[in-house]
Design a protein. Sequence first.
Lengths: 113, 117
Amino acid sequence: AQSVTQLGSHVSVSEGALVLLRCNYSSSVPPYLFWYVQYPNQGLQLLLKYTSAATLVKGINGFEAEFKKSETSFHLTKPSAHMSDAAEYFCAVSVGTGNQFYFGTGTSLTVIP
Amino acid sequence: GAVVSQHPSWVICKSGTSVKIECRSLDFQATTMFWYRQFPKQSLMLMATSNEGSKATYEQGVEKDKFLINHASLTLSTLTVTSAHPEDSSFYICSARGQGAGYNEQFFGPGTRLTVL
């Protein structure tokens, strides 16, 4: 079975500080991994995805994530937080022919000016 | 590219009425569409998977007679909430997957806020 765990339902960082959002996955087969951002009352916007190519994935808005198989992790980072980064972030795993997504419970990011 | 739209973006209805939500892939053909429900401050819960031209597959605990899904074409899927009640109030999000082997990415619509009075 596949699952995703996001540690920390709420993360607060100061503007300009490092952003680190944690995601660990469980999968019996090589997974596809995704990070999405959701702003209030909006759908999900893809930040980046891992599809078995490079383990360090760069996404939009300065975000990146590193796939670490040994740690079953796919943590999201950004060197310098911006006020506009305040949102809800979801990690998701997809495997198999059904391409069903399994979402984490989300992490709410607050950026303090 | 890969834009998914939903209509309406929000709807308010009276208890007992039915509401239809449309999900369209605007610039690609979607063989599979997914419907999710999201409660405030919670993650997305997959309700059903719909493949064009066939019956939808519902997740455990989701009433198929309550949430009717139709995927009549490669660009349109509809979710009808029948005899809606206040507990059906939620944020409904659809996503679409394009054609092609190994195509794992889903593209999400902007969501529909349903409020049942």
